[in-house]
Design a protein around this ligand. Structure first.
Ligand SMILES: [Cu+2]
Length: 229
């Protein structure tokens, strides 16, 4: 009787569709001290489910920083880089497969002349469509202290942890993959995916919070004499 049930279930498709659903992993990202870390979390699967129409993502420039400083997008997804500051910014990357240079652009937010409060947010934005999977290190050619990371993925298995480090990640149904976390300084932590559903902990060991050493878009050191350096 039991055998007959399984045969019936398999042949009628009752079982296979359930097995093909993506999994779900919950967990927490922490530093050495056990404090929660805000990070992007993603599966490193070579392929998988993709979004039908991923929204335009944003990496803003605000108070001479990229906001957010770390972002995960899918291959083919577009990212806007609106400048919300008064000063000029640039955004460029020399990362293989996704190199770009948006030139100089200035925010054009309008202000109430009496109160000086912002009355219309109208920042100019450069736009980049990311074509290759991989890590894209983003910098500003004027301000050496500005850095961001965009992780371009061939699937939609990514999420962002809350300020307390907790997250829920949709994962591939099967196949070997690892779970990565990347924080806003570009630190990366990797764990093996759990065998089944369950809770995981991802720890950033000796977490570096400074901006990584990098060259300008000409491949030369930034000059301390440059305006706004
Ligand atoms: Cu800048």
């Amino acid at each position: 009787m039991a055998d007959r049930f399984w045969l019936l279930a398999l042949s009628s498709g009752l079982i296979f569709p359930v097995l093909s659903f993506a999994g779900m992993v919950t967990g927490k990202v922490v530093d050495d001290g056990g404090n929660g870390v805000e990070a992007v979390i993603y599966a490193d699967a070579a392929n998988g489910e993709v979004s039908k129409a991923p929204p335009v993502a944003e990496m803003r420039q605000k108070d001479k920083a990229f906001v957010p400083r770390v972002l995960a997008v899918e291959v083919g997804q577009t990212v806007r880089f609106p400048n919300e500051d008064f000063v000029f910014h640039n955004a460029f990357s020399a990362s293989k497969g996704n190199a770009f240079d948006l030139g100089l652009f200035k925010g054009n937010a309008k202000y109430n002349e009496t109160t000086l409060s912002k009355i219309e947010k109208g920042p100019e934005a450069g736009v980049v469509k990311f074509k290759a999977p991989g890590r894209v290190d983003v910098f500003c050619n004027i301000h050496t202290s500005m850095s961001g990371v965009i992780v371009v993925l061939p699937h939609s298995y990514h999420t962002r942890s809350k300020p307390d480090g907790s997250f829920t990640l949709k994962t591939p149904a099967s196949g070997a993959y690892k779970i990565h976390a990347m924080d806003d300084s570009g630190n990366e932590a990797v764990i093996a995916a759990p065998a089944g559903a369950g809770s995981v902990k991802i720890t950033f060991k000796e977490r570096r919070t400074t901006v990584p050493e990098h060259l300008n878009k000409e491949g030369k050191p930034y000059k301390p004499g440059d305006p706004n350096y």
